[in-house]
Design a protein around this ligand. Sequence first.
Ligand code: FES
Length: 137
Amino acid sequence: MEEPAIAPAEPEAPPATPVAVILCESGPSRRIEGFEGERLLDALLRAKAAVTPLCNGRACCGGCRIRIEKLWRDRVTPSGRGERSVLRYIDDPHEDDRLSCQIALSAEVEGLVVRMPERPPAPAQKGADAEELNAGK
Ligand code: FES
């Protein structure tokens, strides 16, 4: 009797190489884990950082804005024209601002320090009349 053929095992994908990121929020900084080749945004989302990626990483909402310290500027993925355009129009811009959806993690950025910028207050808190805003005036 002939033995049934056994399909060769699928080659396993190599495990993703972890990349440590230091996240500085309002409290003490913490180490979060990303993986080589993934977007910084994805690591921030897993760590439940305060990002709001409304455009799902298409570099058009600015909700994933973070700050990269000068030391890291030349080591992270360079910003493209679309990213620079978005960053020009956000509230309270800073020269160290980047969009985390446009930064790929790699071994070169192991230990990357990421700061979460202070979020500007919502329009109602800026002094606008909240009742007017809620009434759609
Ligand atoms: S997720 Fe919208 S700009 Fe990055």
